[in-house]
Design a protein around this ligand. Structure first.
Ligand code: 3H9
Length: 694
């Protein structure tokens, strides 16, 4: 008997229970177990029906992703699915928790499906750069219709049991023990002599779209609207489209071919890497899995500006009550007004129901005065980014906060130990750095201070996950991981302007690579005047941005910056800027040269990788994949390129190091010399990934 599949004949109903923690993936041992048990049961007249159920929290959550890219181990999933679908007597899938990917595909091969109300039923393969490769693209459209199927498969988002019942994916809902409910349903099927429903044989749901293709093509176009650069969503839609073209078997063969292309391609490799990187990042060195997080029931956010507001919304969205604190009524009301406006805008786009807006706003209480933080289990400071102000706030919070409260700063680059030193409880202090817009961006960079207690780190990781953020724990240094690497890139984008590249050329290279916004569009959005004032205070010069500011071009807010803006937010290249740059360079005695796109890309990305290597040397990040997580979820690095460290590995570290040395010499910038760790790995022919495996 297989270690992960148990069989029990309950008076004619054979209950097959998969027990393969943590998520009941279809690993090799599960396939072996199902194969054996189904073969035995097919020839056993004592088996009148079969129930397929799972132990633990969930039904099957998909194929075992860790087996991908390795030599296949028989039996394959397709064989098991054939056994299920062609089984001579009824098979009932009793689903609780999740039925995802290969899990739902397995259920689709059973003759009946029952599920709990809150079960998640979905085909999320697209999020791994794949498509449902075990018949999902051919069977789901036959059950729910091609328009609904393409929406589910291209988005990868699941539906719940309730909706499953409505769209015909589920035959009946149940509560309680899946095996028992499955057994009861199976007995009903036997008693009523119900015909076996084989999804592959029923084309009735395809008829409408076959007569009018626009039913499918419109749904496919809508589903694919926001999938820039990704190849899997298109392949998913193409496979679903095949259901309207040929036979079931032809569709299955087409799906198989496309699945293998994606699985062996670069994009899925990167996306699968990102899946595991995200989960690894939540595991913190020095914090054991047994470390109990502190209980967080009430949260206070200090500061109702853009960041404080976005952070508060993230808690409200997760149903956690939050008190947002300001120094005066006016700032508070302004902040609350912005949050309401943001929610209303989402509702107007159809993303929220009006009652959700009311409920979420109801989670947020506005107060004037720090004393209102006294009952909070977690206090997040999001005030002005100045050390003196931060220290003053933390000293006050030290006197107000209840014992054991976690005190977090949303600082984006300041020294967390210095902030902690203004309290008598540095063990309770850490950084929780959110990214703008904080209610949207998924990253939470958790900054570990020298004295931060392990359970405080565990608390920050747990709460970040609860509010649907991706936590990545990093060490304390100027700019931490993300902004420190961004600064390395910013130095090069600025320098390139003085060498002859234009803002629009640099931005275009960066966005073509897949990053949503180029450095100069980003500067325009942030505003150029802040840097200008700070340079003036420090007596520092930066000729080009200084000249822009002197001409009143402060960025988006003034309608002019590195670009011009005509009412909207779309940056438009401006000949005036080209002229201004040319004149500035002439004044400086510099002769612009033609800079190639290739050079721009290398100088945008490789210096970041180099800084990443230094970050690893200094142990500011524990693993290369943690750095990638920061860039994927905080800065919109394209998921199909896996993150800067993964990308560098795919280019080859030898090439990265050589090009950096070359640019260091060409531009006379010693910071571009390869970091010792990068050089060592390049010389040894190794990758950053080899560090994680070591
Ligand atoms: C597929 O099915 C292809 C088929 O169409 C065709 C085949 C021919 N495999 O996320 P968590 C691990 S593609 C292996 O923290 P949660 C995960 O790494 C698959 N391992 O838990 C972690 O390990 P560790 C389609 C997996 O409760 C642990 O389980 N399915 C898999 O927050 C806990 O994970 C999907 O894409 C897997 N499939 O969320 C679903 N899944 O403890 C992918 C998880 O060592 N999975 N692990 O770090 C998920 O979305 C979430 O894990 C899930 C649970 C929602 C299930």
């Amino acid at each position: 008997m297989s270690a992960t599949v148990k069989a029990e004949n309950r008076d004619g109903v054979l209950v097959l229970t998969i027990d393969n923690p943590p998520v009941n993936a279809l690993s090799h041992s599960v396939r072996v177990g199902l194969n054996e048990e189904l073969a035995k049961a097919a020839g056993d007249a004592g088996v009148k029906a079969v129930v397929l159920a799972c132990a633990g929290r969930s039904f099957i959550s998909g194929a075992d992703i860790r087996e991908f890219g390795k030599p296949p181990q028989p039996p394959g999933l397709h064989e098991i699915l054939d056994q299920l679908e062609n089984f001579p007597r009824p098979i009932v899938a009793a689903i609780h928790g999740n039925a995802l990917g290969g899990g739902l595909e397995t259920a689709l091969c059973c003759h009946f499906r029952i599920a709990t109300k809150d079960t998640k039923l979905g085909l999320p393969e697209v999020k791994l750069g794949l498509l449902p490769g075990a018949g999902g693209t051919q069977r789901l459209p036959r059950v729910v219709g091609p328009a609904k199927a393409v929406q589910m498969i291209v988005s990868g988002d699941p539906i719940n049991g309730d909706e499953g019942l409505k769209v015909g994916l589920v035959d009946e809902l149940f509560e309680g023990d899946p095996a028992k409910a499955g057994e009861a349903f199976a007995r009903k099927v036997i008693a009523e002599k119900r015909a076996l429903k084989r999804v592959r044989d029923d084309d009735s749901k395809l008829a409408a779209a076959k007569a009018d293709r626009s039913i499918f093509t419109d749904a496919a176009a809508a589903a694919n609207k926001r999938n820039r650069g990704l190849i899997a969503p298109l392949a998913c839609a193409e496979c679903v489209g095949q259901t309207l073209e040929g036979t079931f078997d032809e569709g299955l063969a087409f799906e198989r071919k496309k699945f293998l292309e994606l699985m062996n391609g670069e994009q899925s490799k990167a996306q699968r890497y990102a899946f595991f990187a995200e989960r690894e990042a939540a595991k913190v060195a020095g914090v054991s899995a047994e470390t109990k997080p502190r209980k967080i029931e009430r949260v206070a956010v200090v500061g109702a500006g853009t960041m404080g507001g976005g952070i508060s919304m993230s808690f409200a969205n997760a149903g956690i009550p939050v008190t947002i604190i300001e120094m005066g009524e006016e700032q508070l009301n302004r902040g609350l007004g912005v949050m309401k406006k943001n929610y209303d805008a989402t509702a107007a786009r159809g993303g929220l129901k009006p009652e959700d807006v009311t409920r979420r706003m109801g989670m947020i209480t506005g107060k004037v005065g720090l004393e209102h933080a006294k009952d909070a289990d977690l206090i997040i400071e999001a005030v002005f980014e100045t050390m003196a102000i931060k220290k003053e706030v933390f000293a006050k919070l030290d006197a107000i906060a209840k014992p054991g409260a976690v005190l977090a700063s949303n600082t984006s680059y300041l020294n967390i130990d210095e902030i902690a030193s203004s309290t008598k409880r540095p063990q309770d202090v850490l950084g929780m750095h959110f990214f703008s817009p904080a209610n949207v961006m998924k990253l939470c960079e958790i900054v570990r201070g020298a004295k931060t207690a392990p359970d405080v780190l565990a608390t920050a990781v747990a709460i970040a996950k609860r509010i649907a953020k991706v936590p990545a724990v990093v060490g304390n240094c100027d700019g931490f991981v993300g902004n420190r690497m961004l600064a390395a890139r910013g130095k090069q984008s600025d320098k390139l302007l003085y060498e002859g590249a234009l803002p629009q050329q640099i931005d275009a290279v960066v966005t073509r690579f897949g990053i949503p916004m180029g450095p100069f569009t980003m500067s325009d959005m942030a505003g150029l005047d802040i840097g200008w004032r700070s340079r003036k205070d420090r007596g520092v010069k930066a000729e080009i941005p200084d000249a822009l500011c002197e001409a009143g071009r402060f960025g988006l807010k003034t309608g002019k910056g590195y670009y011009k803006y005509e009412g909207g937010r779309a940056p438009i290249p401006d000949p005036e800027v080209e002229d201004l740059i040319a004149k500035t360079l002439a004044k400086m005695g510099k002769k612009p040269r033609a800079v190639s796109d290739e050079e721009i890309l290398e100088r945008m990305v490789y210096p970041m990788v180099n800084e990443g290597a230094r970050i690893l040397e200094e142990k500011i990040a524990a693993r290369p994949s943690d750095i990638d997580v920061v860039w994927l979820y905080g800065y919109g690095w394209p998921i199909y390129r896996g993150g800067p460290m993964f990308y560098a590995d795919s280019v080859g570290l030898k090439k990265v190091a050589e090009r950096l040395s070359y640019y260091a010499k060409e531009t006379g910038d010693p910071s571009l010399e390869p970091a010792p760790l990068l050089k060592k790995l390049a010389d040894e022919g190794k990758t950053f990934a080899s560090l994680a495996a070591a």
